[in-house]
Write a protein that binds this ligand. Structure first.
Ligand SMILES: [Mg+2]
Length: 402
């Protein structure tokens, strides 16, 4: 098999998402995806990836993974080169699965479980309509809601009791909320006022009171805080037993992570913004984290995720793949969750799952009673819906073998 073309597809309505299709001389098409800064990723794919991938055998995944991580600069972290390589890696595994008739979880060694527990990240329908790199304030996060249901960001701010009831009705046993973000916008994240602290704490109190004991609440801090401010918040919400405190500040401050974890009694998770196994080794060896997040679309793809998950297992740290990005990342994460013993949870956003995700791809992981089940078809088990390419706001670029 040879790669004959790489096609990138963006749509104006969802500026954070990019789909990548790797075309081959066998007629098979592999699907990849990237999220955030996608015009840069698109450009990088056509400028720097295409010359190395066109004409190559796409089933030589390990070799291509090495080649795409040999850039002179930008090969580490979760920058554009790593995100581009991640999107391509998805498509190569998809092609391997289609060629062999095996699903991704079979290719990864087979299932260790039939389904993976999911938690709902309480974003609303408008959350994906802006670029999350640009604006973190509440108005931008709420965006322009267009759905009659699952406006979960507004719900956790205003009516956490109804939100918890609605999630429980669907079988969810866990949710993630971020009631302190707006306070960080006001103060620059260096300090939190007693009033702002009380406002966020009240939401946590109401959520826990409605949830009872058998429902987990993750507190997301979006790396917006200083160490002392994050410590004040974490200690103030401890009585509501958060399942984890997520991304209090940029995890590159490894010493600060250690200091922070020693000052709090709640479990800590970081990792979704991190790329490549060397950076995960830095986090894991610090001893500061209780859980680890990975985003297969940002960390180096499926190939790199497998190495990071193995590394986490050595440290006894369970892994939770990230979503709130796109339907292909959700699908990849669900396959990983069915294949690796030390994966504990899969993130999902029901406002996206029942909203725009279903407009983009043919198949999604099946959600049932609080769990996700990966598609059974070969490869990722999903494909870009043909109508996406025909949308009026579609922007399509090709690199082809001459
Ligand atoms: Mg997060």
């Amino acid at each position: 098999m040879k790669v004959t073309a790489i096609e990138t597809i963006r749509v104006g309505e969802y500026p954070s998402i990019l789909f990548v299709q790797v075309h081959t001389d066998s007629g098979l098409i592999g699907l990849g995806e990237s999220c955030v800064g996608v015009e840069a990723v698109e450009t990088f794919i056509h400028e720097s990836v295409a010359p190395r991938l066109l004409g190559q055998d796409p089933l030589e995944i390990n070799r291509i993974h090495e080649v795409l991580h040999q850039d002179f600069i930008g090969f580490a972290g979760s920058g554009v080169a790593v995100r581009a390589a991640s999107a391509i890696d998805f498509a190569l595994w998809d092609l391997l699965g289609q060629e062999t008739g095996k699903s991704l979880n079979q290719l990864l060694g087979g299932k260790v479980r039939e389904k993976i527990r999911a938690y709902n990240t309480c974003a609303g329908s408008g959350y994906a309509k802006g670029s999350s790199n640009i604006d973190r304030n509440r108005k931008a996060q709420i965006g322009t809601p267009d759905a009659a249901e699952f406006e979960d960001l507004l719900a956790f701010l205003n009516e956490p009791e109804q939100l918890v009831a609605s999630l429980k009705d669907m079988g969810f046993t866990a949710m993630k909320i971020w009631p302190f973000d707006e306070a960080a916008m006001k103060s620059g994240g260096q300090t939190i006022t007693p009033g702002d602290l009380a406002e966020g704490v009240d939401i946590m109190r109401r959520a826990r009171s409605a949830a009872g004991d058998n429902f987990d609440i993750m507190l997301e801090l979006h790396s917006l805080w200083s160490v002392p401010a994050a410590t004040i918040i974490a200690n103030a919400v401890e009585e509501f037993s958060p399942f984890w405190i997520e991304d209090p500040f940029k995890n590159e401050a490894t010493d600060a992570l250690v200091r922070f974890r020693r000052s709090i009694n709640s479990p800590l998770t970081v990792g979704e913004t991190t790329g490549t196994r060397w950076d995960y080794q830095r986090i894991l060896s610090s001893g500061a984290v209780d859980h680890l997040m990975i985003d297969p679309g940002w960390c180096g793809g499926i190939t790199e995720s497998v190495k990071i998950i193995a590394l986490a297992s050595v440290y006894g740290v369970p892994v939770a793949p990230h979503d709130c990005t796109g339907p292909v990342v959700l699908t990849v994460g669900t396959h990983l969750g069915m294949s690796f013993p030390n994966i504990e949870l899969q993130e999902m956003v029901r406002a996206f799952y029942y909203g725009w995700y279903a407009e983009m791809v043919t198949t999604l992981p099946r959600f049932k009673d609080g769990y996700l089940i990966a598609p059974e078809g070969p490869g990722l088990g999903t494909a870009l819906k043909p109508e996406v390419r025909n949308r009026k706001d579609a922007m399509i670029r090709w690199s082809k073998v001459e």
